[in-house]
Structure formats: C-alpha cells, structure tokens
Design a protein around this ligand. Structure first.
Ligand SMILES: [Zn+2]
Ligand SMILES: [Zn+2]
Length: 261
C-alpha cells in the first residue's frame, strides 16, 4: 500500500538560484504522479545573512501570492501547499519568528547552512574543510541542529547530515545520534532530502544508518527533492521510500503545520 506522495521541499526563482516558474514545478509534480507539493523556498533573513541566496523580506508577499495562484490553478488535481525553508542561525530567531507569524504556512523546514560565518555547503568555500577537524565540525554542526530542534520554530530539520555534501563524512557519529535524541524528544520530523543523490557524496540526507537511527527513535520523514529546477521534482522518490521503509520508518506531510500520515 502506498500513501499519496508529496514532494515537500522545492524552491522558486525568488531565491535567486532556482529556475522555472512555480507553475512548472507543479506541472512536473502532476506529470510524475505526485499527489501534492509544498513550496519551501529560502525564507528572508536579516539583511546581513546570506542575502544573495534567498528572497528579500519585501518579496515575501509576492512568494505567497505566486504559490496561492498555483494552488488555485491546480485545485482538484494537485494539492499545493505553502511552506518555507527557514535557516537556524543563533541570534536570528526573533526575525525568523516574525516571518513565520506573517502568513499561515503549511510546513517549515529548519536548516543549518552556516557554521559561524562559513557557508559550509557552498562549493566556493569547500577548501575550508581542509582547515577543519571533521569530528569537531560535525559536533558544532549537530549542536546547531539541536538548537534548531529546541527553538520550537520548525516542523522538521532540513538535510540532516548536510556537511557530507562534498564527501567529508562524519568520522564519529555520536553527535548525530545525540541530535536525533533531541529531535525525537521535541517531536520534529526529518526532511528526507534526495538532493544528496545529485551531489558528490551521492547519498541522500540522511544516510542509511541515520535513517535507521531516526526510525528507531520514532522520528518520521517528510519526502523532499529540494528541487531548484522543475525536472528535479520527485527526484528518486522510489529509492527514498525504500530506504525509509527498509528500516521501518514512517512518511508524513504537514498541512497548517499539523502532521498528517
Ligand atoms: Zn537553494
Ligand atoms: Zn537547504
């Protein structure tokens, strides 16, 4: 038995690094047999934070309007939902809280893209990995993931083991398990993110062993392609479902920030 499938992680050109109109993402989802999608574009942040990679605050209303238009156009054929990929970066919580209060979001992913001032998933700054102790890097990263879970701002944690993106794998694993304990305790889900299969690491986020550890803790998964182009919608969902079901994991979606499934 297969539940209706949703792709709950995708972007729009408003973030400055995605192509294709929201309507093209929806059409791609419909063409590949999905039941629904949730747009989760990179949310506005304070002006000093990562500005070139996200919509500006004065574009937020446009984003909501664009998604609403697609929602209306595809009504009865595809369930189109309104979400955000939020960033967790200590000190910005109040700003994030205000943006999250401004519209009725269906689903909010909490992602960590920075350790301090280092955008560690940006290929431009990949050399920095050579100057870092990997175990320490992952400890710092997972401490941030715990902070995100404890903030109460988010429904899920985005691409859990993201620092592996270019192949720098966690040599230890302990910090990840501790973060999963906190994520379980706080009742969050994990963004099961198939973009990792398109990156040098060639592995989804989270890795199979972390998928198992999450499932053992009762943490559910939200499927997401992290599409930045319409062709990426629903990317490798068959493999994702297998990886999750192989370890007894559950797949859920969010609507009005309430978990379903
Ligand atoms: Zn992006
Ligand atoms: Zn992300």
């Amino acid at each position: 038995m297969t539940a209706p499938l949703f792709d709950s992680h995708m972007h729009t050109p408003l973030c400055g690094h995605a192509t294709g109109t929201p309507r093209e993402y929806a059409q791609a989802a419909l063409d590949s047999g999905l039941a629904g999608i949730c747009f989760t574009d990179h949310m506005p942040m304070p002006a000093w934070y990562d500005a070139p990679w996200r919509m500006r605050l004065d574009q937020l209303a446009q984003y909501v309007e664009d998604v609403r238009a697609v929602q209306a156009e595809f009504a009865g054929r595809l369930d189109v939902r309104l979400g955000l990929e939020a960033d967790f970066h200590p000190g910005t919580e109040r700003f994030v809280e205000e943006v999250l209060g401004a519209h009725p979001w269906d689903y909010v992913i909490g992602s960590i893209h920075y350790i301090g001032a280092w955008g560690f998933d940006n290929p431009e700054f990949i050399a920095e990995y050579d100057s870092r102790d990997l175990a320490g890097l992952y400890r710092d990263y997972y401490a941030l993931a715990e902070g995100a879970a404890k903030s109460g701002l988010f429904d899920s944690i985005g691409h859990l083991d993201l620092p592996k993106k270019f192949g720098h794998r966690d040599p230890d694993g302990y910090a990840a398990l501790h973060a999963l304990d906190v994520i379980a305790e706080r009742g969050l889900a994990l963004d099961f993110n198939t973009a990792g299969w398109r990156k040098p690491v060639a592995e989804a986020y989270p890795a199979p062993d972390l998928t198992r550890a999450a499932a053992e803790r009762g943490i559910p998964f939200v499927l997401g392609s992290d599409a930045h182009r319409p062709e990426e919608v629903g990317h490798r969902f068959t493999d994702a479902i297998k990886q999750i079901h192989d370890v007894g994991g559950r797949i859920v979606t969010y609507q009005g920030r309430v978990r379903h499934g």
